[in-house]
Write a protein that binds this ligand. Structure first.
Ligand SMILES: NC(=O)c1ccc[n+]([C@@H]2O[C@H](COP(=O)([O-])OP(=O)(O)OC[C@H]3O[C@@H](n4cnc5c(N)ncnc54)[C@H](OP(=O)(O)O)[C@@H]3O)[C@@H](O)[C@H]2O)c1
Length: 327
């Protein structure tokens, strides 16, 4: 790491989420938004002006070649992640990539192998993992506040206009409810329960071959299960609940964002909402900056092996719908 104090970030793909990321970054003391690259010079310039970014590139390669960039945030459509993370790694650049990491587990496996061979930091931007909500609930579960987990429920759904060309519906851009938003309920189940022994799932598939809605049940030993769903055609409650032998913990609406958390034990409800800072994206950015400052090549909170397991589960689920052949 160079001698300058702040970690210098470059953004590839200044679209919708990149704006939230840039806002989040402004809350992080040891981070500086230094460069942006877009295929469109106009888009890059407008983004740079809004966030006072010094370096503007109209090619991704120019950004990764900039020796002053410490870490690249890949915020393009899902189909592009594999190629662009590879570009970063080829140039020895640390990289934070939006979820889902890639569209196939085998692509991610290749990227992880490459990052390790080149000794370069790599992480998936599963921002929810770093929120105080998840961190504080982890602690409560470890302290046995709701007993052993028997079941989890998690859903994420909203109605959208059907546009086959949009990022979320176009298979060529890595569309589908599972990859776009279903990854959050899948994360929730894997985080609190680990890998399932058996999965049952069904989905509504569009004419172009992506899911517009899905339901999944993950089965575990001792009758433990996770009931998960995501949808582009139904307004789901967007809540997540952990049912334990002694009580329950509920993440209220927009559970994957900073939100209210309630615990119920013996019929008594407790508000256990932790304190939040910033817009929520700052937590994952802080984690990356801290890892880089201490020369770590992987976050212990978001292991590459966890991302790979999640990606394998996403592949498996899609293979049940005959959308993808499992490796
Ligand atoms: N963490 C979260 O909360 C969250 C929320 C929403 C989305 N996401 C993830 O963030 C990523 C981007 O989502 P977004 O909503 O920000 O997307 P977006 O605004 O539609 O596009 C982001 C960037 O992707 C590139 N792009 C767009 N359409 C493309 C196309 N047809 N072909 C090639 N590149 C294209 C563009 O890069 P150029 O400017 O270089 O052309 C664009 O600036 C996705 O992976 C998504 O899953 C995460």
């Amino acid at each position: 790491m160079k001698s300058h104090k702040k970690i210098r970030w470059g953004i590839i793909g200044p679209g919708k989420i990149a704006h939230k990321f840039a806002e989040g970054l402004s809350y992080v003391n040891n981070a500086e938004l230094y460069a942006v690259a877009s295929r469109s010079n106009e888009r890059a310039q407008a983004f740079a002006k809004q966030y006072r970014i010094l370096q503007v590139y109209d090619s991704y390669e120019s950004l990764v070649r900039d020796a002053n960039v410490d870490v690249v945030y890949v915020a393009t459509t899902n189909n592009m992640h594999y190629e662009q993370v590879k570009l970063c790694l080829e140039h020895g650049k640390a990289c934070l990539c939006e979820k889902p990491f890639t569209c196939r587990a085998e692509e991610l496996e290749e990227l992880i192998t490459m990052a390790r061979a080149k000794n370069v930091f790599l992480m998936e931007a599963m921002w929810t993992r770093f929120l105080p909500s998840i961190i504080s609930v982890d602690e409560r579960i470890q302290h046995n506040e709701i007993g052993e987990i028997l079941r989890v429920e998690s859903n994420f759904g909203f109605t959208t206009e059907y546009d086959p060309n949009s990022r979320i519906y176009n298979p060529d851009l890595g569309g589908g409810a599972l990859l776009d938003i279903g990854i959050y309920p899948v994360f929730f189940a894997l985080h609190f329960l680990g890998m399932p022994v058996h999965i049952e799932t069904d989905a509504i598939i569009t004419e172009l071959g992506v899911d517009s809605e899905n339901n999944m049940v993950f089965y575990y030993d001792n009758s433990v299960k996770a009931e998960l769903s995501s949808s582009f055609i139904q307004d789901l409650p967007c809540t997540a609940t952990i049912y334990g032998t002694k009580g329950t913990i509920t993440f209220e609406r927009m559970w994957h964002c900073p939100t209210k958390i309630m615990k119920t034990v013996d019929g008594h409800e407790y508000d256990i909402t932790p304190e939040y800072r910033g817009n929520g994206y700052n937590y994952e950015i802080e984690e990356v900056c801290n890892c880089l400052a201490s020369e770590k090549k992987e976050s212990l909170l978001m292991l590459l092996s966890e991302s790979l397991q999640r990606q394998e589960i996403l592949d498996k689920i899609q293979s049940f719908w005959n959308l993808k052949n499992e490796k």
